[in-house]
Design a protein around this ligand. Structure first.
Ligand code: G3I
Length: 383
């Protein structure tokens, strides 16, 4: 059974669910949490997620943006204290980097990489090839050889600029989409239309040439649940990974995005079986974008937080002990800044609470769930 523990006690999953239903109290899970909002963030108090992760040979990090860190010193302090790795949430996407065909704007990404260096954080690059957040002018590129030239030059410039400074790169992002009807399950995207599936190989080879030290990741979404749609995506994804590795394409890791849903219970059994296969291929694993959407959960914050934390606990109990897992990234750190405020808003208008820290940058039950899972792996490493 998964449990949420603290330095002084343990809160079982059943107790979390009782909390979620509006009853029961679990003192154990509340130890280590921040208490009422104060000027100083709870992250200044040990233990911190970055240290717990490191003790188990993993990293813990989060996605963030320049605007948040620059304008909000309280949040920046919390981020630097609690995270061992930073992912630029938007600054390395084509839309941000490429204002015009002959221009690069590295200002946002450079700022974040410098922040990470000052604070001693690793950085993950996200993302070189995606169907979304494209530069609007790209639509005028029609011929295959122009698209190929552009993509190669883009990757050489961007990966080359940060060579030696990136833990890993999401080389291609979300390339599987069986709903588009192709037999191989590949997404019908801008890149697919111009270059067919060759764009995937091209991107990995170019990235490897530009930074031989970076771990090269194929990052995928909506593969976590037990339903038919997820199963189809996993099948196509496994076949793609096998094809790429058989051809000697330098894919080093699978990124499992892990945008989870609070009201869907799962033991993630089907995902675990799939990840066994992926690990047998010799690939590393990274949880790249973890969060728990709360839009169908009760409005009352304590109950909502307990339900969200139970999902974190169940997921990480399966994921964190995996032998090939490098680490866990949450897609944001504090509920103050999350893409779900825009894309996962609740019908009742209540602010969403999908992340380990609340709006005041105080630790929540989700933080406790993550810290327990990290602690469990650290304890096993010691014995
Ligand atoms: O570019 C404008 C900017 O000029 C303007 O000031 C700002 C005002 O709100 O809007 C800006 O664009 C927004 C951009 O984020 C940068 O903040 C877009 O409207 C918004 O749609 C965009 O959303 C991002 C989304 O990817 C699309 O790129 C989210 O922040 C980001 O969390 C989300 O992240 C994705 C991962 O990259 C891939 N996996 C799924 C994940 C969640 O969708």
């Amino acid at each position: 059974m998964s449990a949420v523990a603290s330095t002084t006690g343990i809160c079982t999953r059943r107790e979390l669910l009782q909390l979620a239903a509006g009853g029961g109290l679990c003192a154990g899970a509340l130890a280590g949490l921040g208490g009422p909002a104060v000027a100083t963030s709870a992250a200044t108090v040990a233990p911190r997620l970055r240290d717990l992760a490191a003790a188990g040979g993993r990293f813990y990090g989060a996605a963030t943006g320049r605007r948040q860190l620059e304008a909000d010193p309280d949040f920046a302090r919390c981020f630097a204290a609690e995270c061992g790795l930073l992912v630029p949430e938007n600054e390395l996407k084509w839309r941000a980097l490429r204002p015009a065909p002959d221009q690069f704007d590295f200002s946002g990404a450079d700022w974040l990489v410098a922040f990470a260096r000052r604070q001693g954080l690793l950085v993950r690059g996200h993302t070189l090839v995606w169907h979304d957040a494209l530069a609007p002018w790209l639509q005028t590129v029609r011929r295959a050889r122009d698209a190929e030239q552009l993509l190669g030059a883009h990757i050489a410039a961007v990966v080359g600029r940060y060579a030696g400074q990136m833990h890993s790169w999401d080389v291609v992002n979300e390339v599987i989409n069986p709903e588009d009807g192709r037999a191989d399950g590949l997404r019908a995207s801008f890149w697919q239309a111009r270059l067919d599936s060759a764009y995937i190989e091209l991107a990995f080879h170019q990235a490897a040439a530009a930074d031989p030290a970076a771990r090269l990741v194929l990052n995928e979404t909506q593969i976590e649940y037990d339903d038919d749609a997820s199963a189809r995506r996993r099948d196509h994804l496994l076949a793609l990974l096998q094809r790429l590795l058989a051809k000697g394409v330098p894919v080093h890791a699978l990124g499992v995005q892990s945008h989870l849903v609070g009201h869907v219970a799962s033991d993630f059994h089907a995902l675990a079986d799939f990840l066994d296969e992926v690990e047998r291929l010799g690939l590393r694993l990274i949880v790249t974008e973890l969060d728990v959407r709360d839009w169908e959960l009760p409005a009352e914050p304590a109950a909502r937080d307990a339900a969200v934390a139970a999902v974190y606990a169940d997921y990480l109990a399966m994921m964190l002990p995996r032998p090939n897992l490098d680490g866990v990234v949450t897609w944001g750190l504090s509920d103050r800044y999350t893409w779900l405020s825009e894309y996962g808003a609740r019908a009742d208008g209540a602010p969403v609470r999908p992340l380990p820290f609340d709006h005041a940058c105080q630790r929540k039950l989700a933080w406790s769930a993550i810290s327990t899972a990290l602690q469990t792996v650290a304890n096993k490493t010691r014995t």
